[in-house]
Design a protein around this ligand. Structure first.
Ligand code: ZN
Length: 131
């Protein structure tokens, strides 16, 4: 790494796109395996979609096997949008820069460490319990 303080947005974007493609594939396969016919129909509709519309299509699917993937895909879409808009890496709460190490570990992070901790403290009780 030549300059550890500077985030390589092209690399981040490529990584996010790879991951998004993987997730779309996983979601499609899970839907196709489903015994629920509406899931199989959604998988057919989703086949040729690559962008937001795919996430929108699966956003309402209540199927445990895809919900987690769909959620991650949504976060990735958000991160890609922020890269396009030039706001990637900025904390959505305080507007400050999110540390590159944090984005390295969690490319879809939308809050800096400080705000994330604050957020978790204030929202912890309302969130679904973690396993
Ligand atoms: Zn912040």
């Amino acid at each position: 790494m030549a300059n550890p303080d500077k985030l390589d947005l092209n690399a981040v974007e490529a990584r996010l796109r790879d991951r998004a493609a993987e997730l779309r594939q996983e979601i499609r396969e899970a839907l196709e395996r489903s015994s629920d016919e509406s899931h199989v129909r959604i998988a057919e509709q989703a086949r040729d979609r690559e962008d937001d519309s795919f996430a929108n299509l699966v956003v309402d699917v209540t199927y445990a096997e895809v919900e987690r993937d769909a959620d991650e895909l949504r976060r990735i879409d958000g991160a890609l949008r922020r890269i396009a808009e030039g706001t990637y890496g900025l904390c959505e709460m305080c507007g400050g820069e999110i540390a590159p190490e944090r984005l390295e570990a969690e490319p879809t992070a939308t809050r800096c460490i400080r705000c994330q901790e604050l957020y978790e403290k204030t929202h912890a009780s309302t969130e679904a319990p973690r396993l």
